[in-house]
Structure formats: structure tokens, C-alpha cells
Design a protein. Sequence first.
Length: 149
Amino acid sequence: MHHRSIVAATLGILLLTGSASAQISAGNPNVMITPTNPAAPGTIKRINVTDAFKEVNAKKAVIVDVRSAEQFRLGHIKGALNIPLSQLLSRVRELPFGKTVITYCACPAEESSGRAVLTLANHGIKNSAAMLGGYNSWKKQNLPIERSK
């Protein structure tokens, strides 16, 4: 039993510090799922840019930028909320009830946005997905972006 609590504490520290290079299964916190295997059970849900755009336009989803306030100010998806990953749990009440939460970052493999989805799922918000390719993919498709003043 002591071994399990040490493992759980270590995994918690890794997630809090952002040092974890793998995802933890929402169903079993001791199961590591590598981000390179999206078909594995317990991996995070992802959504492509086209579908994300459709969901937002249909008012079925909200887009959340999990990057820093500075990165957000320099350019972000039009209409996105900026809730940095480090503040997600303390600001979860800002997310609209009943809508899908689509997170994005600028990481090549959705590392931060994936962590955000996993965090939300572990706290009861199951209707969330990380946007494939994040901000860079959105820009490449010439979808609406804006800068903060």
C-alpha cells in the first residue's frame, strides 16, 4: 500500500510541474499512456480544426486557449477564452455549462491542451477535446484570429 501512495504522489508532482511526458489514464491514475498512441484506451479526445470551427459556429462549443496571457495577447483564436493551464482548475467556473470545451495550445502534439482535457475529465468535465495542431493549424487554415490590445 505504501508503494501505491508513493507512485500516486510522484505522478501528482510530475503533472503539477509539467514534467510528465506521458498522459495518465483518467480511469486508472497508475496507468501511463504515451501521447504517441492516440488509439490506446484512456487517451484524451482530440478534434480537428474543421470540426472545432463547426462546433463553435453552431454554438455547441467554447474554445479555451491554455497558453500564457502573453502568448494569448500576441494572437489567439477569435472569441477564445484565455485560461492558462496553471489556472484551469481555479477558473473552471468560467466555462459555460452544457457546451463542449475545446482546448488549444501551440504545442506540436497538443501537450498542454491534452493535459487540460485530462485535468477537466479528472474533475468531472467529460465533454472536452484538444484541438489537433492547435493555434498553428487554425492559422494555417486562415480561420479567424485576433490580437489583444
